[in-house]
Write a protein that binds this ligand. Sequence first.
Ligand code: F6P
Length: 344
Amino acid sequence: MRVGILTAGGDCPGLNAVIRAAGRRLLRDGHEPVGLLRGYRGLAYREHRVLDHDALSGLLPLGGTILSTSSYDPYRHDDGPERVRAAMERGDVDAVIAIGGEHTMDITRRLHERLGLPVVGVPKTIDNDIVGTDRTFGFDTAVHVATEAIDRLHTTAQSHDRVMVVEVMGRNAGWIAVTAAIAGGADGVLVPEVDVPVEELAATIRARHERGKDFSIIVVSEGANLAFADGRSHKIVANAETDEYGYERLGGIGSALATELERVTGYEARTVVLGHIQRGGTPTATDRVLATRYGVEAAKRVVAGQTGVMVALKGERIDAVPLAEVVGVKGIDPAWLHLARNFF
Ligand code: F6P
């Protein structure tokens, strides 16, 4: 079989590890993996690259994606579905492994249902917000980067008696924020799923001062609301434009929150925005292993003709779920919020 492998949407640590694992498994079984460049664009426009043993070598620790990525959606272009149909009829590929986030899974489902594209999805995103899987690869690396930043900020915050507000990514899910806040021993956390008024955070910071702790670290998710005790609450967006998927461009809550905390408490506050540092660079060992398990499973399923599914982590096991069930955003599990409430 000739199996196209593509990476679509935002990049994420571990993409190359999936490509390597799926490619190696396919080669081992006598199949031909082909890299489709820049997501579904590579399929539509016949932009391919050979994935032989040489091309698949040295990829495990490499961040980004050797196949490049884009947000190309065939259904947003008049000729898109026709191009994909033509690619299938020509036999450019016999099946596809699509590595992407929620939007890519949605495109993948439609291509499978409407055009009969034999395709298996692999869930990627640092946000860990894909429905149907317990974990996405890339998340562990992002949490690791954020935790290291929080560790480093402790010493400078303590030296200057400051409040440090750390803005992390995660879009409209608080997974990165809560996990990194717990791992880094932060003093407060704000997530999109629950509003916490500025006054409540300020009271926490004051209480710490009264206990002799003259500094505080607050982790805030980019999608969290700036909320007040009188019920006012709003999201901060970096600019009015949405991205190519129609998502708000989030960013700025860290600085807005720092300003408010300084105003209410009188303590000096600073902001650190971690941004794309959370997405770049080498994946953690945990992400490399998860990505490898996903890649092998996707290759096995595609060869077995078990398509129209997304590989998924269920507890300790790698399984698969129908793409039709991969709908919406998986917000943080309330159990994690309960855990966090012991400390914040
Ligand atoms: O979905 C991954 C993510 O990094 C989000 O956490 C963030 O909001 C968004 O992508 C940033 O997107 P871009 O790379 O387009 O700025």
